[in-house]
Design a protein around this ligand. Sequence first.
Ligand code: BG6
Length: 496
Amino acid sequence: MTIEQDRRSPPCALVIFGASGDLTARKLLPALERLTAFGGLPPEVRLVGVARTAMTDDEFGEYCRRTVPADGNSRWKELAATARYVHGGYDDPATYQRLSEVLADSDRMYGTAGNRLYYFATPPRLFSPLAVNLGKAGLSKPSGAGFVRAVIEKPFGWDEESARELYADLVSAFEEEQIFRIDHYLAKETVQNLLALRFANSIFEPIWNRTWVDNVQITVAETLGVGDRGGFYETTGAMRDIVQNHVLQVLSLFLMEPPTSFHPEAIRDEKVKLLRAIRPLDDERDIAANAVRGQYTRGGTREDLMPGYREEAGVDPLSSTETFVALRLDIDNWRWTGVPVYVRTGKRLPARVTEVAIEFHQPPQLPLFPGGAAHLQRDALIVRVAPDEGLSLRFGAKVPGHAFTVEKASMDFSYESFVQQSPDAYERVLLDALIGDPTLFIRADEVGRSWRIVDPVLKYWDRAAQPIPLYQAATWGPPEATMLIERDGRSWRHSG
Ligand code: BG6
């Protein structure tokens, strides 16, 4: 794979805060290596690491090379060899003073042209102090024609109020246009393909509405438990970890109105309009009826016994953190009124599946088929985000033979049919941020609106006197989740 000319980064100093941390080692350095291999980063892109771990420039360069060896890639070796490192605390003005000198140096020696991309690869509690201190040090505004951008990754706050506080701190230093909020789901090839599917074809859009669609289902199911992230997950839970961001982002792209252009703001305007049209579950009765939480207990088989959530490292043995969420959401707009959107996500479910499915109305005269078709599930269009990325259209077909029996068949498209390898999500977001394309990043109003949807439910669960419903590991969540959809005469697409 080579990167097209217009997708190459301009000159820039790429500053990673948290350069000795986990995100940098697992995601950012490998993505940078790939980008150098494919020609996405010209020699005028320089790497600057900032962290509290003591290291010299050379040691940091060596750390980059050790983390991602890639011996055959000379541009990567050069990026690592010329990398600079600033050691210091994030609340110490001297750190920013040194950073400022390193950046000036980089402009002089490497032609980074005053452009800076700050990547906040730190724990989220440092986002505010970092932004405020960059502002105070005069490092948050571009000088001359250059650009300064800050990249942050969820969580963007912990609830509606803390998200507002974070926003206030960010915009005390940066303009909203300078802030690039990542949701790595938006960088997934199949999620982007939603745009192609809907707007590069004429066959889907006419049926993309309440006249044809019975319901929409979004599933983000994981087989893994919380592993060694118990401490983090205790303060997060499935609603904040997956629904507030990934699910609502995918949902809004999938169901928004056609944008007037492919300009990033036009797309983001439509996404936020859709989020605004989702009826918040404010009323306690509504929440009780339309939101289900759950937590996994020990389960699996004798050979493969999986611990319960409360037995995981770093988890309170009495924890009521949810590892599963199922919701019914309703959209109050012309296109989707009356079409429920069922959302389900959880850890330790029986399968790893991320998909978005549209189920169409049943045909009006099923009894026409004496061989029986009433048992048939609805026709469906399924976008598989993971695994085996692709698209399936499920429909009824006659089974060969004398009887007129109808069974479900499917037409499948797999991403594997493209020989070209998909870029990793972090390659994509890094390059987009360097180029300055905000399409796949989340705007402040989207963040606020997403909190508006999930916050009342979280607050209700916090107050709830009833214990959290439980489900055994390797099952599809608590029985309440099944009831949530079966009560409406429908069923989850994956349930057994
Ligand atoms: C992350 C969550 O944002 O997404 C994790 O913090 C989750 O808990 C992960 O496992 C899922 O991402 P993916 O790309 O593996 O579907």
